[in-house]
Ligand binder design. Structure first.
Ligand SMILES: Cc1cc2nc3c(=O)[nH]c(=O)nc-3n(C[C@H](O)[C@H](O)[C@H](O)COP(=O)(O)OP(=O)(O)OC[C@H]3O[C@@H](n4cnc5c(N)ncnc54)[C@H](O)[C@@H]3O)c2cc1C
Length: 329
């Protein structure tokens, strides 16, 4: 017997949006989250999320959590390390030994981003990550660069750093690139750099000068110092796909969970429309643009599919034996 109709792994916008829909439809829903998504640490405002007029990431998340709980979903902290069983009887195992059962699953595990290393350690950067003048999402944030001097701090490839500079150049007064690792510019990307007129600096960061979440300057290992109005971090975004891999799901070439447009997933080698029943995926872990509203929408559509699946496989006649609640009246 399953503890839950649906267990959602990942309590970011995608997972919470799905939880709101499913719980409102009176399904027993559990959201498990280990708090490694971007919104809990984002103290800068988000300007492009419809319905949330210029609010900090952390506040958007709090409101989604409140709405999910208010709809009747259960939210728990925990890191899921394993999934076994099959549709109707999945077992979800957490790193601390807890276990839950579920009829259906939604994977909304997001992507992992790397932060710049400061003397070889990413932790000193966390004091500044999305706290004041560091940025991570050019598709979301580039208008905030208007008239400002921006340093792209490249954690990954030189090609990636040159590519993300293009939208920033639309708004910034000046854009420079700091290559912090071993990345080299190939002749092709050197030509693109020259065409854009970008200045490239190479060097590892030895310390960060700043306070209250605002970076004032980066000190480099060669003793030089570089400062800007804003620091845009370009790093690889690695889909958190370990659980999908355990379930044998097909991934995209960049490691996202391959899905249909309603979040359906399939096993490796299955035919194009041979979707797996009982498991869906939503949000940044899908191969799609990484934005809050897209995560919210994809969580919602997956939830509609899960609801329809549960209606077919475990029909209920709730009106015969449940009282309306404030949410339902
Ligand atoms: C600094 C920053 C600023 C941004 N600004 C904007 C912006 O202005 N506008 C905008 O639209 N978008 C912005 N984004 C992008 C936006 O935050 C993401 O697109 C969105 O959060 C994706 O939602 P999600 O639910 O798919 O994944 P996430 O928000 O990443 O949530 C996934 C959750 O799953 C959890 N998880 C993963 N694996 C497990 C596991 N095994 N067990 C338990 N929990 C697990 C993680 O801890 C995480 O909490 C920004 C991103 C960053 C990094």
């Amino acid at each position: 017997m399953s503890d839950y109709d649906t267990v959602i792994i990942g309590g970011g916008p995608a997972g919470l949006s799905a939880a709101i829909h499913l719980a409102f439809h009176r399904h027993k829903v559990l959201v498990l989250d280990r708090r490694t998504g971007p919104l809990p640490f984002t103290l800068t405002p988000l300007y492009n999320v419809p319905g949330f007029t210029i609010q900090r990431g952390v506040d958007i998340l709090k409101q989604l959590e409140m709405q999910a709980k208010g709809s009747g979903a259960t939210l728990e902290r925990g890191s899921v390390k394993g999934i076994s069983g099959s549709v109707g009887a999945f077992r979800i195992e957490l790193a601390d030994g807890r276990e839950y059962g579920a009829k259906t699953l939604l994977l909304a595990t997001g992507v992992a981003r790397h932060h710049p290393l400061v003397s070889g350690d990413y932790q000193p950067w966390l004091k500044y990550a999305a706290k004041g003048n560091t940025y991570y999402c050019p598709d979301c944030e580039s208008p905030e660069m208007l008239g400002r001097d921006i340093l792209v701090v490249a954690v990954g490839s030189a090609a990636g750093a040159i590519s993300v500079s293009r939208p920033l150049l639309e708004f910034a007064s000046r854009v420079r690139v700091l290559l912090t690792g071993d990345a080299q510019l190939t002749p092709e990307w050197e030509a693109k750099r020259a065409e854009l007129g970008l200045e490239v600096i190479k060097g590892r960061i030895s310390s960060v000068e700043g306070s209250k979440g605002i970076v004032k300057a980066l000190l480099l290992e060669d003793g030089s110092q570089v400062s800007a109005d804003g620091y845009y971090v370009d790093s690889p975004k690695l889909p958190r796909n370990e659980l999908a891999t355990q379930l044998g799901l097909e991934l995209s070439p960049h490691g996202h969970i391959k899905t249909g447009w309603r979040g359906q997933v399939k096993r490796i080698g299955a035919n194009d429309s041979d979707w797996l029943t009982g498991v869906w995926a939503a949000g940044d872990v899908q191969p799609q643009t990484q934005q809050v509203s897209i995560a919210l929408g994809s969580g919602n559509i997956a939830a509609v599919m899960i609801d329809q699946y549960l209606q077919k496989t475990a029909p209920r006649r709730l009106g015969l034996h449940l009282e309306p609640t404030a949410l339902h009246s």
